[in-house]
Design a protein around this ligand. Structure first.
Ligand SMILES: NC(=O)c1ccc[n+]([C@@H]2O[C@H](COP(=O)([O-])OP(=O)(O)OC[C@H]3O[C@@H](n4cnc5c(N)ncnc54)[C@H](OP(=O)(O)O)[C@@H]3O)[C@@H](O)[C@H]2O)c1
Length: 314
């Protein structure tokens, strides 16, 4: 039985090394090395080349190395076997660190502080709202959204959430569906996107949504943080809305094209904080062990965890 690692954009070697340590009774191959296609039972992917998982006659399951699966489902030749994604405490904690960090950065006007420092300016007192005066709205109340919400509440932020299906979450006002979106947007000073990229969310963070975000809050305008996927945002609209004052500031970890091209005006914009798609990285130590556990479960005749619904796309 062979595990096929079909990874692009990341170094596959640390992953191969970890799987070889954990599964000594199996063969682990990296796509590009010679292997017998009939021997492959499991494929492990991050942005695999389209078609690379086709013609594997004994393939039993596919595992995504990330929490998101848009990079898998957009392969038109994807075999019809169970697809499982990563749900991992280490990755969840990292995302919550990122969300809390950037909500605090906007609360404490870090972009202004950095500009002042570059200009050797002992900045005037800009006023300092408290976390309790700034509501954070999380788009996507799944594994990552719910954990980030709890940690933001510890910092004193009022938090509200929005999801596709209705939810009852203790101490957290929850909105859902198209009907609940405007009520959600009209209450949030900072909107954090933790949605999956699907046919429904493609281009969702656009001018129409920004114009419906809350005006007049303590930050002086609505703030957007997107740590989900670049395909969910329309960068042209973000830039125009920043320039027109429809948006006050943004943090972007993900982009329509990655790496973000050097000529993108986002790099230079004074109201934009950029990080290179590293809000929450998958760690080989944590994630490989989880996938091996999933393989053992499957071989014991038990159900896989975190199987993706191909109809909803997440
Ligand atoms: N930047 C990074 O480093 C990084 C790292 C990890 C993950 N991510 C991204 O984060 C995303 C979320 O991960 P997760 O583990 O929290 O996913 P998840 O547990 O599947 O949660 C997804 C949430 O989004 C909601 N949702 C999906 N489609 C929607 C729609 N059309 N309208 C409204 N709500 C919708 C779901 O609603 P229901 O609850 O009603 O189903 C759910 O609450 C991943 O898909 C990935 O793209 C980014």
């Amino acid at each position: 039985m062979t595990l096929l690692l079909a990874i692009s954009g990341w170094d596959p070697d640390p992953w191969a090394e970890r799987f070889r340590q954990l599964l000594t009774d199996r063969k682990t191959v990296i796509l590009g090395e010679p292997f017998d296609r009939r021997e492959v039972h499991y494929a492990i992917t991050w942005k695999h080349p389209h078609g690379a998982l086709a013609n594997l006659p004994n393939l039993a399951a596919i595992f995504s190395l990330g929490a998101g699966v848009d990079h898998v489902l957009n392969d038109e030749r994807l075999p019809d076997v169970p697809l499982a994604r990563v749900v991992d405490t280490d990755l969840t904690n990292r995302m919550s660190e990122y969300v809390v960090l950037h909500c605090l950065a906007h609360l404490r006007q870090l972009l202004h502080m950095i500009q002042d420092q570059r200009g050797h300016i002992w900045g005037e007192n800009r006023g300092q709202p408290a976390a309790k005066d700034v509501t954070v709205g999380i788009l996507g109340m799944g594994v990552l959204g719910q954990d980030a919400a709890r940690k933001l509440q510890i910092m004193g932020f009022p938090v509200i959430g929005w999801s596709r299906t209705p939810k009852e979450l203790e101490g957290l006002p929850a909105f859902s569906g198209t009907d609940g979106l405007d009520s959600f947007l009209s209450r949030a000073d900072i909107v954090v996107c933790l949605l999956p990229l699907t046919s429904e969310t493609q281009g969702f963070l656009n001018r129409s949504l920004f114009e419906r975000m809350r005006k007049g809050g303590r930050l002086g305008g609505p703030v957007l943080i997107n740590a989900a996927r670049g395909g969910i945002q329309v960068e042209e609209d973000i830039l125009a809305c920043l320039d027109e004052g429809v948006l006050k500031a943004v943090t972007l970890d993900v982009f329509q094209t990655e790496p973000l091209p050097a000529h993108s005006p986002l790099w230079e914009h004074k109201d934009v904080l950029i990080t290179p798609h590293n809000a929450a990285m998958s760690s080989p130590d944590a994630v490989a062990a989880q996938i091996v556990e999933q393989i053992r479960k499957m071989e014991a005749g038990l159900d896989l965890n975190h199987v993706v619904d191909r109809d909803t796309g997440y």
